[in-house]
Design a protein around this ligand. Structure first.
Ligand code: IVH
Length: 688
């Protein structure tokens, strides 16, 4: 729909459009801030806000009480304690070109009644999430997210895991109380590594480093944050009990001195005229920087001037974010290809007329799932806008509706394009899956690729392409056939791209893996939801391959002891137990396992203590005051021995450990006839 110039709108049209924009912007704010899952590009979002501002400027009496121009971001999600910021955490106005930037400088000068050029600090605008860190007497006391600008979430525990990035104590001299602000982000390398391990574990992938960082910081379990490898650049000031600098450049130096990382590309520009060149310089470096940026922030250096300028609405008058043009281009959607993954998940990929997007040729874009195609109303032949952001896979932003539409709406297949089996989408799930299992060639190939991957069998010289070629040759039906490849060494040596030496090396690499650790073996099977961590749990619990195989076959019976035991392994749970049971219910899977076991030496795992402990799998309740250990200690010890510790006594309870002054729980145990132990008896039982 072509947009009517704001000045040409009637009152009614303006009122309607402001209402629609308020709703739409609020929706995208929620998607971005609460769900960490934006649905539109930053550029498209900025366009909505600009349109809203343009209409409001023309129709000031129609400005709504819930107008997006009166809010920053969105109210925080629940789960964390709320913290009120002592000084609001506001946002920045945007400039999109040199004129916008000049206009910003002129406005500031007019406001101050000055005529001379302004000294300005330029800092790359990191695409992360802003954070407020409070230091009391030099010690890190509290950290909070921005939230809605006035109230954020207390993420202190999570920030404490960012060793090195968030200093525990400030170095040197410091005010009694100071708030320091900065951006938490994830480097591109850490982001790619995280998504690799998410993929290997069959977990959801993050769309970009920003979402991964936001998700990492807002974990209720700080241990997960610690694994996410988050970084921080400090760049702004909140409240301070005494002045710490008279210019922003000097403030950045103080931040460095206290032990914070300050972006090394930050630069003091003696006059605003240097900004355009700096903007170009950073834009050129953008692709090779280790983190995503989406522009440059320019801040008037003199803090006295900053104070005089103050704020207008949601943004300071002394700073502006000059955004890079979004890396977008227009092209034609040629086809939608459906990829079939290792676990049968159907993923649509857009095949595009190749187009240059910010210096990179783009021929494909991700479409996530079938709902996304419907939401964007994609037709084959449509003219679409594609966007690349940093290292992230290109995306389709929208259809250009002014262009003639493609023939008809895309019909998502209900059968697997690789094997023709029914593809089913369980209610409530976003992904449709092929039901063909091992008869599906696509799943077979993907499973083989997973089988030889780095954290599985790790066979040198067997990459994705080689597997595909050998599969097409008819050499690889199942994984056991990989170990027959050395018999084909002579054939392989004559293939294009191969020679005697490389074929011999491949045989060697394969033979070297005929002996394999149980946990790697289990992981290599590519069973849904059995990533490395779960494979390790299983290996340590069952100890040997024959024992595992036997127990898993028994666990296929719902309600069997083996099934319950499997589901009660700490970290496994009933849903994953069901997944394993399903795998073992398929006779062809068991046959493939037996074939493999016949050619491999699968090494026993060092069993967890739990497996042979007398309390493994038992449901235990501690009650009363314990004398030789604290309650958390007792719980942790019991769990490490494979027991499940719960708070209340029921028929399912196996043991109640009764300390001094025990009350109702001990009585209940007696009523239900549940075995009770004294603390000493418990210690004797577990051999402590
Ligand atoms: S200063 C009152 N400096 O951009 C001004 N912000 O669009 C406070 N950002 O909420 C912000 N890099 O999350 C500032 N060098 C930088 C920044 C930066 C990234 C983010 C920050 C802010 C958002 C505004």
């Amino acid at each position: 729909m072509a947009e009517i110039d704001a000045a040409d709108l009637t009152d009614d049209q303006a009122r309607d459009e402001l209402a629609r924009l308020a709703m739409e912007i609020a929706y995208h704010d929620r998607a971005y801030h609460q769900k960490d899952a934006p649905e539109i590009s930053d550029a498209a979002y900025d366009a909505l806000r600009r349109r809203n501002a343009a209409i409001e400027a023309r129709f000031p009496d129609l400005i709504r009480s819930d107008s997006p121009s009166r809010r920053v971001g969105d109210a925080p999600d629940t789960g964390f304690t709320k913290v009120r910021h002592r000084v609001a955490m506001l946002s920045l106005d945007n400039a999109f070109n040199a004129e916008d930037f000049t206009e910003f400088c002129d406005r500031a000068r007019r406001f101050l009644g000055l005529t001379h050029p302004l000294a300005i600090v330029a800092e790359p605008k990191i695409d992360g999430l802003s954070i407020n860190l409070t230091y009391e007497d030099g010690a890190f006391a509290r950290g909070a997210t921005r939230g809605d600008g006035t109230e954020g979430e207390d993420v202190t525990a999570n920030l404490r895991t960012m060793v090195g990035a968030v200093p525990d104590r400030l170095i040197g001299s410091f005010p009694e109380r100071i708030e320091i602000r900065g951006e938490v982000f994830m480097t591109k390398a850490d982001f790619l590594a995280l998504n690799d391990s998410q993929a290997a574990a069959g977990q959801k992938l993050f769309a970009n480093p920003r979402n991964a960082a936001a998700g990492g910081l807002r974990q209720l379990d700080a241990k997960i944050t610690a694994e996410r490898r988050l970084s921080l650049f400090a760049y702004a000031m909140g409240e301070s009990s005494e002045p710490v600098a008279d210019s922003h450049a000097a403030y950045l130096e103080r931040l460095r001195g206290w032990g914070f990382a300050v972006n090394p590309l930050s630069r003091l520009l003696t006059t605003e005229a240097e900004a355009a060149a700096f903007q170009d310089e950073i834009a050129r470096q953008r692709a090779t920087l280790p983190y995503d940026i989406d522009g440059v922030v320019y801040k008037i250096n003199d803090l006295t001037l900053q104070r005089r300028l103050g704020f207008a609405g949601r943004a300071p008058r002394w700073a502006i974010a000059w955004k890079f043009p979004a890396e977008q281009a227009t092209t034609v959607l040629r086809a939608i290809r459906i990829q079939v993954g290792r676990t049968g998940a159907l993923t649509p990929v857009a095949e595009l007329e190749p187009v240059n997007v910010g210096g990179v040729l783009v021929a494909r874009a991700t479409l996530h799932n079938e709902d996304e195609i419907a939401r964007k109303d994609l037709h084959i032949g449509d003219t679409v806008i594609v966007q690349r952001a940093g290292d992230v896979i290109p995306q389709i932003v929208a259809v250009v509706t002014e262009q003639p539409r493609g023939a008809e709406a895309y019909d998502y297949p209900s059968v697997c394009p690789a094997c023709g089996s029914l593809a089913i989408r369980p209610p409530g799930e976003a992904i449709r899956r092929c039901t063909g299992g091992l008869i599906c060639p696509a799943q077979r190939v993907e499973r083989l690729i997973h089988f030889v991957s780095r954290n599985a069998f790790d066979i040198d010289g067997l990459g994705e392409k080689t597997i595909q070629e050998f599969y097409a040759e008819g050499w690889l039906h199942g994984p056991a056939d990989l170990f027959k490849l050395p018999e084909r060494e002579a054939d392989i040596a004559t293939r294009e791209g191969w020679g005697k030496l490389s074929a011999r090396n491949l045989s060697r690499a394969i033979k070297a893996r005929e002996t394999i650790a149980l946990e790697r073996f289990i992981f290599a099977l590519g069973i849904r939801r059995i990533g490395e961590a779960n494979a390790k749990l299983l290996a340590r619990h069952y100890g040997s391959y024959p024992n595992w195989r036997q127990q898993m076959l028994a666990a296929t019976t719902i309600g069997s002891d083996e099934r319950l035991a499997l589901g009660s392994i700490l970290g496994i749970g009933p849903a994953i137990a069901e997944e394993l049971a399903e795998f073992f219910m398929e006779r062809r899977n068991v046959a493939a396992l037996d074939e493999l076991a016949a050619v491999l030496t699968i090494e026993d795992a060092v069993m967890a203590e739990a497996a042979d402990s007398p309390v493994a799998g038992k449901v235990v309740v501690f009650t009363g005051t314990l004398e030789t250990m604290t309650r958390p200690e007792a719980k942790a010890r019991a769990e490490s021995l494979g027991a499940k510790v719960t708070d209340s006594v029921s028929k399912k309870t196996d043991l109640v450990v009764v300390g001094a002054d025990a009350g109702s729980k001990a009585r209940k145990a007696a009523e239900l006839g549940v075995r009770t132990l004294t603390e000493a008896e418990w210690r004797a039982l577990i051999g402590d």
